[in-house]
Ligand binder design. Structure first.
Ligand SMILES: [Zn+2]
Length: 407
């Protein structure tokens, strides 16, 4: 008996003609345009280092360096171990001076580039920016997902939740890439995008789940779906419109019902009165007034606090949105906006539920759904009602918001 009724999904499997003609291996890469291993695969531009003075670069085997602006080949080298720096005259590496506009480092084996000890697939672009360096990894979508998996989840989790997450990560990456297509890079490698560790962070099991769901994405209304996710919702997922300018029926919030046993279902944190007050007074910790009263404001439909008001001993008050307050104190300190705060002799005690912004897939809820026998399609249907799973081939052209925008 299916214990997850109503979760049937329509599977769109329309392959584009180009997909059917994909060569097994891409031809030798030339020029400035990046081509992933499979020529029908989208790619992601990940800023792996920003505003750094120098970079330790190691490349095993044969590699080429191209001018990032013109695509002209500048050098052919082997087995380099260089320190790369950027200055007024350009980028210095291995006794060579290149234009600050940037260079492309292309390893013959596509997976033999190391930056500061971390190994990357794809190719690397180094760009000089006001005397510092920006390193952008151009990597095929599937390899990118392999490189974020264990940083965003756990390779010990059940297969069905990992498959669901692979589809979520892929969709979210493409959504971000479409948003940032006019910038130097699509995503950063930190929590503001998805945490990316390159090839160094890959594991056998998560790589297999990426392979098992290859090219599968979530769509809504014919477009790549912004598949937001978070660690644990604490009971009910949040309406995306409460946090960002995103008003989509699948992101309106659902009763989770599965994450109650997660290690993050409840949290508490005690902070000193002075610490909280100084954050509320533009970081100045000298002579900040004591907080005397905390007044909770309204809560939204998911139960999360919308705003709260602090009163101080000097008669001042400050009303702040719970979202801003969480950012101010740190999202890992105030783990969610579903909390209560009270003054005590020890300081201010915060007690709350869940971890993260609460929008979209609740990862711990998905974990417990999989433990109870749910499939990846049932998990996705539960947290993103109304979305469909599709193959990337169905989004080949005509929609700049979809994967075809940079195929
Ligand atoms: Zn949940």
């Amino acid at each position: 008996m299916n214990k997850f009724p109503g979760s049937a999904l329509i599977m769109i499997t329309v392959f584009c003609s180009a997909a059917a003609l994909c060569p097994a291996a891409a031809p030798e890469q030339k020029g400035r345009e990046y081509k992933p291993p499979s020529s029908c695969e989208p790619y992601i531009r990940v800023a792996v280092l920003r505003n750094v003075d120098s970079i330790g670069l190691k490349v095993n085997g044969e590699f080429h360096i191209y001018d990032a602006a013109t695509g002209r080949r500048l050098l052919q080298e082997k087995n380099a171990r260089w320190t790369v720096t950027s200055g007024q005259k350009g980028i210095s590496a291995g006794g060579h001076l290149f234009s600050a506009g940037g260079i492309i480092i292309r390893s013959r084996d596509r997976n033999e580039i190391y930056l500061n000890g971390r190994r990357f697939r794809g190719e690397m672009r180094l760009i000089g920016k006001n005397g510092s360096l920006l390193a952008v990894n151009y990597v095929g979508l599937e390899d990118y997902i392999k490189g974020i998996f264990i940083r965003e989840s756990s390779h010990y989790w059940p297969p069905e939740v990992l498959k669901a997450e692979a589809i979520v990560f892929r969709s979210f990456a493409l959504y971000r890439a479409a948003e940032n297509s006019s910038r130097d890079y699509d995503v950063t490698c930190d929590v503001y995008s998805q945490v990316y560790g390159g090839m160094t962070a890959e594991r056998y099991r998560t790589n297999k789940m990426v392979k098992d769901t290859e090219g599968m994405v979530l769509v809504y209304d014919g477009r790549i779906f912004p598949a937001y996710y978070h660690s644990a919702c604490g009971g009910r997922t949040e309406d995306a419109a409460k946090l960002w300018n995103i008003n989509l029926p699948p992101l309106k919030g659902v009763a989770c019902g599965y994450c109650g046993e997660s290690p993050h279902s409840r949290w508490s944190r005690t902070l000193s009165n002075k610490e909280v007050s100084s954050k509320l007074h533009a970081e100045s910790s000298v002579g900040v007034p004591q907080i005397t009263v905390i007044t909770p404001g309204s809560r939204d439909a998911s139960g999360r606090m919308e705003e709260l008001t602090f009163s101080f001993e000097d008669g001042g008050t400050r009303t702040i949105s719970a979202k801003e307050f969480r950012q101010l104190l740190g999202p890992d300190v105030i783990k969610s906006t579903d909390f209560e705060a009270r003054l005590s002799g020890a300081g201010i005690i915060f007690e709350g539920a869940g971890w993260g912004h609460g929008v979209g897939l609740c990862q711990w809820g998905a974990y417990f759904m999989a433990k109870q026998g749910a499939s990846y399609a049932q998990i996705l249907s539960h947290y993103y009602p109304g979305t469909q799973i599709a193959e990337l081939g169905s989004f080949k052209s005509g929609d700049s918001k979809a994967a075809g925008g940079r195929r």
